[in-house]
Design a protein around this ligand. Structure first.
Ligand code: SF4
Ligand code: SF4
Length: 382
């Protein structure tokens, strides 16, 4: 397992592969325990718990008894359980009761991340960030009942506004190569409507800007919908008309700027093991460029997709990282401190490029890398 740091959460380390909760709902306690045990054995330490289902919370509390410190828990604020059903609310009284219920059932006095649940519309954003909910979250953070404030969303415009408030430490966002082509929408159903995937689409600039903003502001993204609810794995349901492998979907998400972890729901120990086997997979099994670069219908060509194919550079430059920090700086219109610092820490810099062209021959997306290196020298000074 590999780990990444939630930079605004006291340097907390989370596993790149994290477990969503949907596959655990409805399991017996023995099954639940066995799945959590296996996840922890494999090094998975990050768990999302969006559901307010009381049985789920009790089971999770029991599964982690005596080892709370081994898990990074992301619980959601605003889902409530009413009449045996999940419900999203912005009612403060209900939200408070549901939060306290969560801590009690989990047998803990804090959540690592308190995730404000599912904000997709501008009006809901105004309600949450202009009202009692965000104040409640701030108070919880001050009291140490949550260590970080998170927000879950499918809408890049709303997510960006939220990140720009400076109050959000973690963003849970729907990311995969298909959704990354879709413009902002308040209706998440637009993401899985095949009619919305039209010829000539490529990476949506607003989504790209959101990931870069998160990277720049140290807001950690944890990814939901890695497999698009399974659509990405089915050639009939994928807008690409080609089935991605699980490993390609995972690699795609883990190479987006700002991403700390991917959250995947697993229904069995075998599914957890399959996710963890990502690290043993051959590079060609993970290589999403084989699907995206050759697309005639969609236009990923010409853009750096951070796939890493250009490596190794003749002089050791990590071209994908240079491109990433360059894009952060260009998007901002000035060099942000974080990008300057990350760039400084690279082992080799763009000024060392000898223009041999080896990387360009290897780039499946036809990126003009030599020009990019020259631009990076102009922007960063070396
Ligand atoms: S420059 Fe090309 S090969 Fe290198 S990371 Fe970007 S897209 Fe991939
Ligand atoms: S052209 Fe520059 S960046 Fe590309 S391999 Fe050669 S030295 Fe490295």
């Amino acid at each position: 397992m590999k780990y990444r740091v939630l930079k605004r959460c006291g340097g907390l380390k989370v596993s790149e592969i994290a477990l969503g909760c949907e596959g655990l709902i409805g399991k017996t306690q023995d099954e639940f325990q066995a799945m959590v045990d296996r996840a922890l054995e494999l090094g998975i330490n990050f768990f999302d718990m969006y559901t307010p289902n009381p049985e789920f919370r009790d089971s999770m509390g029991a599964a982690l008894r005596g080892r709370r410190d081994k898990a990074v828990l992301q619980g959601h604020i605003c889902p409530v359980w009413e009449n045996g059903q999940y419900l999203r609310t912005r009612d403060l009284k209900k939200t408070k009761e549901a939060f306290e219920d969560q801590l009690k059932r989990l047998g803990t006095d804090y959540l690592d991340v308190g995730m404000i649940h599912y904000v997709d519309s501008e009006s809901d954003f105004e309600k949450v960030f202009g009202g009692e909910i965000i104040e409640y979250c701030r108070m919880l953070r001050k009291q140490g009942k949550i260590h970080a404030i998170g927000l879950s969303s499918h809408n890049p415009a709303v997510a960006r506004k939220a990140v720009e408030t400076g109050l959000v430490d973690v963003l849970m966002f729907s990311v995969n190569a298909a959704y990354d082509m879709q413009p902002a929408s308040e209706d998440c159903n637009d993401l899985w409507n095949l009619e919305n995937y039209r010829e000539g689409m490529g990476m949506d600039p607003e989504r790209k800007a959101l990931y870069e903003l998160c990277e720049r502001e140290n807001v950690a993204i944890d990814v939901m919908k890695v497999f698009g609810g399974g659509d990405m794995l089915d050639e009939k349901l994928s807008p690409f008309g080609v089935a991605f492998t699980e490993y390609q979907c995972m690699e795609y998400c883990l190479t987006r700027p700002g991403v700390a972890a991917i959250m995947a729901g697993c229904h069995s120990i075998e599914e957890i093991e399959k996710l963890a086997s990502y690290y043993e997979a051959a590079p060609e099994e993970k290589d999403y460029s084989t699907v995206l670069a050759g697309m005639e219908k969609f236009k990923f060509y010409g853009n750096c997709m951070y796939c890493g194919h250009c490596a190794p550079c003749s002089v050791g430059i990590h071209v994908a990282d240079v491109n990433k920090y360059l894009n952060l700086a260009l998007a901002q219109g000035e060099v942000p401190e974080t990008a300057a610092d990350h760039y400084r820490l690279l082992g080799h810099h763009a000024s060392e490029c000898v223009g041999c062209g080896k990387c360009e021959n290897n780039c499946p997306f036809g990126v003009g890398i030599i020009d990019k290196m020259k631009k990076a020298v102009k922007v960063f000074g070396y």
